[in-house]
Design a protein around this ligand. Structure first.
Ligand code: IPE
Ligand code: IPE
Ligand code: MG
Length: 263
C-alpha cells in the first residue's frame, strides 16, 4: 500500500518498516537531541526502584542510537545527566555514573561496528575517574569514524556552557585575539561545546514534560520541539520515526512568511 504524509492520519497502523519508508532521507534533522525523561516514573509505576528505570532506559538508548545511525542522522545528542542532576540523592547519582561506565563498556564495540564517532558536551571533568577513562577511550577509539556523531551531554547545563564561552571570549579579547566589534553569532557558536556539531534541528522530550531544563539553550533558538507522553524506557524506534515524520511535516519559516517560502 502507498502512503503519503497527507494520507496517513494515524501512524499507529504502520509498522516501523513502513514508517521508515516514509522518512525523507534528504530532509533528516542534521542534529537531533533527546531529553530522555521519565525513567523514575516508569519504575514507580511498576513498584520498582528508580534505578530499574535507568537500567531499562539504557537499553532504549541502544535501540535509538542504532536506529538513528541506520537512518544516517548526522548527529545525535542525548541528555544523559544535567548539572542540576548532581542534586539527586547520592545513591542515585552513583548508580547513574556506574551505568554510564557500563554503557560505554558495552557499546564501544557497537559504535565501532556502526562507524559511530563518540563525543561529549558538558563538564566531563566533574565525572568519576572510571567514567572519564571510558569516555576518553571511546573518543579515542572512534575518532576516525565517519558515520553518525553520538554526543552525550554529561554534567551538562546550557547556562554553564554559555558562561564558559563568555569567559573564553573575554580571555581572547584581553589577549587581543578578537576585537569586541567582530563578535557575532558564528564566532560565539565557535566557543560552545557544540562547535563541531551541525545546526540543531529537532529536540525530542519524553515523559510529557514540556520544558527545556537547561538543555542546549543557545542551540534551540530555531530548533523544532517535539514532546511525547511516552516515558523514556517505553520509547521505541516507532516513536522515534513518528517524531521525525512529524518534524518533516513542519514548515520552518525562520521569521519569513509562508508565501516567501513558496509553499
Ligand atoms: C531521566 O529520567 C533520567 C535522568 C534525568 C538521568 P528521570 O530520572 O528524570 O525520571 P523522572 O522524571 O523522575 O520520571
Ligand atoms: C532533564 O531531566 C535532564 C536529563 C534528561 C538528563 P530532569 O528530569 O532532570 O528534568 P527536570 O528537573 O524535571 O526539569
Ligand atoms: Mg525527570
Amino acid at each position: 500500500m502507498e502512503h503519503t504524509l497527507t494520507q496517513v492520519k494515524n501512524y499507529a497502523d504502520l509498522t516501523p518498516a513502513e514508517l521508515r519508508a516514509l522518512v525523507d532521507p534528504m530532509r533528516l534533522p542534521r542534529h537531533m537531541a533527546i531529553i530522555m525523561d521519565g525513567n523514575g516514573r516508569w519504575a514507580a509505576r511498576r513498584g520498582l526502584p528508580r534505578i530499574a528505570g535507568h537500567r531499562k532506559g539504557m537499553e532504549v538508548v541502544r535501540e535509538v542510537v542504532t536506529a538513528c545511525s541506520r537512518l544516517h542522522v548526522p548527529a545525535l545528542t542525548l541528555y544523559a545527566f544535567s548539572t542540576e542532576n548532581w542534586k539527586r540523592p547520592p545513591l542515585e547519582v552513583s548508580v547513574l555514573m556506574s551505568l554510564l561506565t557500563l554503557y560505554l563498556r558495552q557499546e564501544l564495540s557497537l559504535m565501532k561496528r556502526d562507524n559511530i564517532r563518540f563525543s561529549t558536551i558538558g563538564r566531563v571533568e566533574d565525572l568519576p575517574p572510571e567514567a572519564r577513562a571510558w569516555i576518553e577511550r571511546a573518543k579515542a577509539e572512534t575518532a576516525g569514524n565517519t558515520g553518525m556523531v553520538l554526543d552525550l551531554a554529561l554534567s551538562y547545563g546550557g547556562r554553564w556552557e554559555i558562561i564558559d564561552a563568555v569567559k573564553k571570549i573575554a580571555a581572547d579579547m584581553k589577549a587581543g585575539n578578537i576585537e569586541p566589534d567582530a563578535l557575532d553569532e558564528k564566532i560565539f557558536s565557535g566557543y560552545l561545546d557544540t562547535r563541531y556539531m551541525p545546526e540543531l534541528d529537532l529536540v525530542i522530550r519524553t515523559s510529557g514534560e514540556q520544558r527545556i531544563s537547561n538543555f542546549l539553550l543557545w542551540q534551540t533558538a530555531y530548533a523544532e520541539l517535539y514532546f511525547t507522553e511516552a516515558l523514556w524506557p517505553d520509547f521505541t524506534e516507532r516513536d522515534l520515526l513518528v517524531a521525525i515524520l512529524d518534524y518533516q511535516g513542519r514548515q520552518r519559516r525562520f521569521g519569513k512568511t509562508s508565501e516567501q517560502l513558496g509553499s
